[in-house]
Design a protein around this ligand. Structure first.
Ligand code: SF4
Ligand code: SF4
Length: 301
């Protein structure tokens, strides 16, 4: 292993990059490596961009700065490049020609990867939905990353991962995650890059790093503009017939997804903003008739 190996994860809050990075650090740490794991994010909000770093070494790591030379960049959500402030240049920053880009994608060709020596893909969201019932792609991506790193055998890492997850999750979810981890390890594939990059839709919006720390949010702000739900495989479905128009769902939605008319009457849920968090379902007095979480059709994703 080289002296110091750096990984940078690009994710949205809620996709589990911090958990995966911490699990990687703890498990490799238990196997004699010295590992750092630290995130870098602004106002935490599901769907907002998050960056997480790992450093892995065979000796104590004294450098606590953000790594500038990156060996592996991990992208948990390709739509970050088109709908948030991450550019492909930022994604590949520090990678140079020796780096690896690992992307949550089952496609054979991808419109990114310029400058990275190798681009690998794994259909992590699809695997997560099948194995754990939720679009949280961190564990399948972790499986693919462990395969790239070649620092541990799949079975021994999976055993440690089971211990790690069991401290936080119920047994049935742990089992689903272990299946997702193994599939990530086994189903990773190399994909081609190209120079045609996705266009950014929101170039002029302030990004999460520009929000004043400790500031007061007076209105839904970026929730009105960001399509915080277009990366999620699930959404919330509303039934007009049973809705009593109490409006209890509206104030609990963190993403401005509950739609009302000019008189304040409930008229639907915006699936491009809804992250399927389920808070409105909990608040609804007629649940699960009026509001319930459903899977999106593949054409809607
Ligand atoms: S599940 Fe409900 S509360 Fe959560 S984002 Fe969707 S509409 Fe809003
Ligand atoms: S909380 Fe339920 S019943 Fe009340 S407005 Fe929302 S969907 Fe309708």
């Amino acid at each position: 292993m080289q002296k110091n190996l750096s990984i940078r994860w690009h994710s949205r809050a809620g996709q589990g990059a911090i958990t995966a990075s911490n699990a990687l650090a703890e498990i490799l740490g238990n196997h004699g490596k010295f590992v750092q794991s630290f995130p870098d994010f602004g106002a935490e909000k599901r769907g907002a961009p998050v960056v997480v770093f790992n450093r892995i070494a065979n000796q104590i790591i004294e450098d606590v700065s953000h790594p500038t030379k990156i060996d592996i960049a991990v992208l948990l959500d390709p739509s970050l490049v088109s709908s948030c402030e991450i550019t492909t240049e930022k994604l590949l920053e520090g990678l140079e020609n020796r780096g690896i880009l690992l992307v949550n994608s089952g496609q054979k060709k991808l419109k990114m990867g310029v400058g990275a020596a190798k681009v690998f893909g794994i259909a992590a969201s699809e695997i997560a939905v099948v194995e754990i019932g939720k679009d949280i792609p961190n564990v399948p991506i972790l499986g693919a990353l462990v395969r790239i790193l070649e620092l541990a055998k799949m079975e021994s890492f999976a055993t440690e991962l089971k211990k790690y997850l069991s401290a936080h999750l119920p047994p049935e979810i742990v089992e689903g995650n272990l299946k997702a981890f193994k599939r990530g390890f086994e189903e990773i594939g190399e994909i081609e890059g190209s120079k045609n990059l996705p266009k950014k839709n929101y170039q002029n919006l302030p990004n999460w790093k520009e929000i004043t720390k400790g500031g007061t949010i007076h209105k839904s702000g970026s929730s009105e503009k960001y399509k915080t739900g277009n990366w999620v495989r699930q959404t919330c479905e509303w039934q007009k017939k049973t809705c009593v128009n109490c409006n209890l769902c509206w104030p609990v939605c963190p993403h401005d997804a509950i739609q009302t008319d000019s008189k304040g009457n409930m008229i639907g849920v915006d699936s491009e903003k809804c992250t399927a968090c389920g808070l409105c379902v909990v608040a609804c007095p007629t649940k699960p008739k009026s509001l319930r979480i459903i899977s999106k059709k593949s054409s809607e994703i």
